[in-house]
Design a protein around this ligand. Sequence first.
Ligand SMILES: Nc1ncnc2c1ncn2[C@@H]1O[C@H](COP(=O)(O)OP(=O)(O)OP(=O)(O)O)[C@@H](O)[C@H]1O
Ligand SMILES: [Mg+2]
Length: 275
Amino acid sequence: MIPFAQPGSLTRVYCVASGKGGVGKSSVTVNLAAAMAAKGLSVGVVDADIYGHSVPRMLGVTARPTKVDDMIMPPQAHGVKVISIGMFTPGNEAVVWRGPMLHRALQQFLADVFWGDLDVLLLDLPPGTGDIAISTAQLVPNAELLVVTTPQMAAAEVAERAGSIALQTRQRLAGVVENMSWMEMPDGTRMEVFGAGGGQTVADSLTRTLGAPVPLLGQVPLETRLRECGDSGTPVVLTEPESAAAQALRGVADKLATRARGLAGMSLNISPVRR
Ligand SMILES: Nc1ncnc2c1ncn2[C@@H]1O[C@H](COP(=O)(O)OP(=O)(O)OP(=O)(O)O)[C@@H](O)[C@H]1O
Ligand SMILES: [Mg+2]
């Protein structure tokens, strides 16, 4: 039984997805989670990138999950509950699994982990539209997609494809985050390392494809501190809250945290009374 997939569940579930790899999904995921937890929300993160798990390092989680009765208790860091396949494999051992095993692992992360009453659950997906993206859509149909892209057109085109799987999986799209948008130079000018416009292009194009508004939720600049804070397990939104990247990420967290979490569009499982 997956609590988040039950009708009436009030946990907002966001799947952080991208087309291309390395655009910053995991960095965005851990910073959004830390920012929301700092606001007082109850937050969980599932590292659903089974082969490329990187969330535990970025959140500085070294503890392993513990077992209580039949449930797995997730370790916590910065007020965020975290589970990752990396916590179950010795050292840096590679996971060599095919689709069905990935599906089972994800199901266990969602059903057998004691998450408690979460306000928000974030799933850090691997890049692309593979098995895991399909499995999450099946396991938590009410999860919404959050698409991460860089400004680069080549990345944006692939991001559009990743977002448009929402059409087939019937998932909702929460919005787009553009990462690595620019780098601020010492003289205050912006160097657009990866070009410009990718995030807005993806948002506009997904709005057309889905026939529902898909907003560009924020633009996160390239910052050395963001990378360093990820490497040391201390998210930049907490350690350098005034940096431009932290402010942009907090802005996205605020938008996602304040979205209506009503039951609109969800089945309440009520059937009419027969006379
Ligand atoms: N805004 C940024 N400024 C500086 N470095 C960044 C930024 N965003 C991400 N990075 C760095 O870029 C690298 C890739 O980021 P990250 O691992 O978050 O991407 P990803 O999309 O999760 O990658 P993968 O597809 O492999 O899962 C990391 O080393 C990260 O620290
Ligand atoms: Mg990643």
